[in-house]
Design a protein around this ligand. Structure first.
Ligand code: FES
Length: 105
């Protein structure tokens, strides 16, 4: 595992939103759960490779819904909670240092 910078804190998504960043050769979605903090998840849906960060964030259930076919993914485990997706996506530990946000990949 190595620590890779995602963005500066000022570029993080607003509460209840997600934002996609290129990180270390992959696309990662940062998701802001408000009081529950940030999550980092693979930005590409495991079902048909659509952008998860363009889906709706549910801060209460800590999920994001793929806008293509509606699978909901757990932002803590990466596991799909609803069909049609059946394969988990990667999730990444997040840390901040000074004004920057990093993930472990
Ligand atoms: S592409 Fe995401 S559920 Fe089909």
């Amino acid at each position: 595992m190595s620590r890779v910078k995602v963005c500066e804190i000022g570029d993080a998504p607003a509460p209840g939103e997600a934002k996609r960043f290129p990180v270390d050769g992959r696309l990662v979605a940062l998701v802001n759960l408000g009081d529950e903090g940030l999550r980092a998840i693979d930005a590409i849906c495991s079902h048909a490779h659509y952008f998860l960060d363009e889906g709706d964030v549910d801060a209460d259930f800590e999920t994001i819904e793929c806008p293509k076919h509606g699978s909901s993914f757990d932002l803590n485990s990466g596991k799909p909670r609803s069909l049609p997706a059946t394969t988990p996506v990667d999730v990444f530990p997040i840390m901040t240092e000074d004004d920057d946000i990093y993930i472990e990949v």
